[in-house]
Design a binder for this molecule. Structure first.
Ligand code: PXG
Length: 435
């Protein structure tokens, strides 16, 4: 057994712990995984915030199978295939007005790099080449490539990797247990934290700043919700200073908050919007960046035979991914999944907030079909308690995500009340056992 597990260096995993007691998945369907031994496990994490329509949906499976047999690969540079255009048209029907152009990538991390490059190149294309600075936010997660970890604000994802990108700064995060603990939905306090962007403008001058990137809801860092009025204020400050606003909607995209995108739920439209995950229901790697028309148009000058944006990937608009995405959008549309989280939000909120008072719980947060349960860290051992809950829940039939000592629930959008009861009931028992 040891040899069989040796060669694979696993991502974002405690490799030595895992290989002593591996957790393997062999099959999936709907709301569930099965282990190789045939044990059924409820998926309370939509895989990794991506399987929004549930597992192994027939339309998506068939679309991938058909596509693989018909056109396996089409070079994306100077060539294309019909589904790439069809998908782009379908996607922009779902976005807030103005986000009318789609650039394909293969992951959330690539979407972030793409958006950051677009922002800098956009300003240069329109003659403001001094705007090169990128602003992120403390505790932000924007994938793992160099641009993303530079604007990101999770220390452990940054500290091992040298000096990162130059010319990056960060606004403060919005997490405030003292004022907002146990808020239901968006917290009341903290809109003024958006003014931190004014501080950075005063420090660096707006003429040096290209863009600000934030997640509407920060997921990986432990489910941090935008305070009421915060995103609106960030938008207004960006407008005032000619700074582009980038939303990283890799987690909030495709129905997680009860609208197709978080932008619609929060009523704030960014200039660039990064997505991935739910675009193909997690079945084939794919990401995309949505851009406002004026950003795209700024590139469309110069001789017509020349490339306008020197960027793209071998697998941009991959036929299998486009087919999977079209099958996914059909499934979302037929079952009303992009708004279903709004219908389930009340029941889900009551369920997660019922965990208040259990051992070590210090906050509970929710919005749409996202729940965060924050635990007090064990003395001198941050993350240990969260990991113990993850393991205990897995052993008791529920797969969930923990980051440090926050438990994140983000079930597939097909979730029924009985599943919510099971995941929250199991979690309640876990918290009692692990305490
Ligand atoms: N941006 C955001 C907001 C994300 O959540 C990425 C970018 C990167 O996507 P790729 O496809 O390159 O992984 C993500 C990814 C967690 C967790 O524990 C979440 C992600 C990745 C790993 C762990 O919540 N999201």
């Amino acid at each position: 057994m040891k040899n069989q597990l040796d060669a694979y260096w696993m991502p974002f995993t405690a490799n030595r712990q895992f290989k002593q007691a591996p957790r393997l998945l062999a099959k999936s369907s709907g709301m569930h995984f099965w282990t190789p031994e045939g044990r059924q496990v409820l998926d309370a994490a939509a895989g990794l915030w991506c399987v929004n329509a549930g597992h192994n949906r027939p339309k998506i499976v068939e679309a991938i199978q058909r596509q693989a047999a018909e056109l396996d690969f089409a070079p994306p540079f100077n060539m294309a295939h019909p589904k790439a255009f069809e998908l782009a048209e379908r996607l922009v029907e779902l976005t807030p007005p103005g986000l009318s152009k789609v650039f394909y990538t293969n992951s959330g991390s690539e979407s972030v790099e793409t958006a950051l490059k677009m922002a800098i190149a956009y300003h240069r294309a329109r003659g403001e080449g001094s705007r090169t600075r990128l602003i992120g936010r403390e505790r932000g997660y924007h994938g793992v490539n160099f641009g993303g970890i530079s604007v990101g604000g999770i220390v452990s994802n940054r500290k091992m990797f040298g000096t990162l990108l130059a010319g990056v700064d960060h606004i403060r995060h919005t997490h405030d247990l003292a004022r907002n603990a146990y808020a239901v939905g968006q917290p009341e306090h903290g809109a003024e934290l958006a003014d931190d962007l004014e501080r950075l403008v005063a420090l660096h001058d707006a003429s040096t700043i290209a863009a600000v990137i934030v997640e509407p809801i920060a997921g990986s860092t432990g489910v941090l919700l935008p305070p009421k009025g915060y995103l609106e204020r960030l938008r207004a400050i960006c407008d005032k200073h000619g700074i582009l606003l980038i939303f990283d909607e890799v987690i909030t995209g495709f129905g997680r908050t009860g609208t197709p995108f978080g932008a619609q739920r929060f009523g704030v439209t960014p200039d660039l919007m990064c997505v991935a995950k739910g675009i193909t229901n997690g079945c084939v790697p794919m990401g995309a960046v949505f851009a406002r028309q004026f950003i795209h148009d700024a590139f469309m000058n110069g001789p017509e035979h020349l490339i306008e944006f020197f960027h793209g990937y071998t697998y941009s608009a991959h036929p299998l991914a486009c087919a999977a995405a079209l099958g996914t959008l059909d499934t979302y549309a037929e079952e009303g999944l992009l708004t279903r989280a709004a219908q389930m939000e009340g029941y889900f909120a009551d369920a997660v907030h019922s965990l208040k008072g259990l051992p070590n719980v210090i906050d509970i947060r929710n919005l749409g079909l996202v729940g965060g349960i924050e635990l007090a860290p064990a003395a001198n051992e941050p993350g240990k308690r969260g990991f113990a809950v993850f393991l205990d829940a897995w052993e008791h039939g529920v797969f969930l995500r923990t980051t440090a000592d926050t438990i994140a629930l983000s079930p597939p959008l097909i979730v029924e009340k009985a599943h919510i009861d099971q995941m929250v009931g199991t979690l309640a028992d876990c918290l009692k056992r692990v305490a």
